[in-house]
Design a protein around this ligand. Sequence first.
Ligand code: PLP
Length: 377
Amino acid sequence: MRYQTKFYVDLNILRENISKIKNICPKNKIIFMVKGDAYGHGMIPVTRFVCEELKIREFGCASLGEAKKLRDELSDLDFEVFVFSDTNLEFQSCAEMYLENKITPVISNLNDLNHFLSDYDFVNFPLTLKFDTGMNRLGLSTLDIDKVIALLQKFGRKKIFHLFSHFGEATTKIECGSPAYCQYEKFLDIKKKLSDSGIEIENSSIANSAAVEQGFALEESHVRPGLISYGHSSLDAEQRGNSLWSGRSISRLETYIISAFEVDSDTPVGYSGIKAGSPGVVALIALGYADGFTNRLSAPEIKYKNFKGTFLGRSNMDMSRIFFKGVTKKDIQIGDRVLIWDHDNNSLMKLSDTMDSIPYEITSTITPRVPRIYKLD
Ligand SMILES: *Cc1c(COP(=O)(O)O)cnc(C)c1O
């Protein structure tokens, strides 16, 4: 565990972000996505806060194990939890876990649908279906809609508790004829076919962050924003200017300078004897790839005092090197704090853009060696 490298999670900002989402879509309920350890922010404290303080009662996980952890560790709270992708419904032991813990599997293939409908234990369990409307990832094929309807009729199911789909390309401008627009048309078509067959759809949702940010597909009962709740636009850089979103990052990652030394342009540094190319100071920070911080893709810029540093070479397991060109040893204080990103809505975005990554890839890969520290006024 680190002591001076800290991943701060500000729950006050999370509250602000959710209230901003509600301003964009006041009529929709929210399924709050907490998969991937709440995108790296800590699933248990985040879910507790969102459920108790923000009164959101529906949560989305990717795997059954995540949902089970919520049930085990938050047994005093009353909420719904969905498992979206890694359902394992075909295993009897997993089917029992759903039943015993009131965890709702999202059914996204005919095999699972058969298992679910033919297992008498699930007869009073909420039925949820996810259709693939064009993302080509996971979901029942829209071509199988007649088979789905026939199966529901065969087993006397008249209600779908929640009908889902997921957008593949909503991070670019959504307009008539764009991929997300066409997906939504397909979704509406599926809804109509189900209703025309006498099947009631109690709830439905398709909008992820990128759709919410563009005010799209808000006619459904629910929205499922992940990234924007944690603070970042999920739109492509050129589309971000048109976002309705104005939240802030709930996280801040800080570390400190373990050591610093002057180098010349050709001083060999570290494992591969990398050279800085000009004189300056190399500072070692307490953050490496075993903390989930890898700068393998490219080297972002880091601000410290009035200096701008760049990563020199790859991050090591336990440390990374930041090079400050043209400065001397007296400018760099050992023990000083270095901010990797802050709560403003730009610094992590800029970092992830330069690392050719996305904010949630970065936050969710920061490992437990970096403690999560929660702030709430
Ligand atoms: C992750 C996920 C979301 C949220 O996506 P964001 O881009 O983070 O808003 C919504 N729905 C499902 C099914 C997901 O897996």
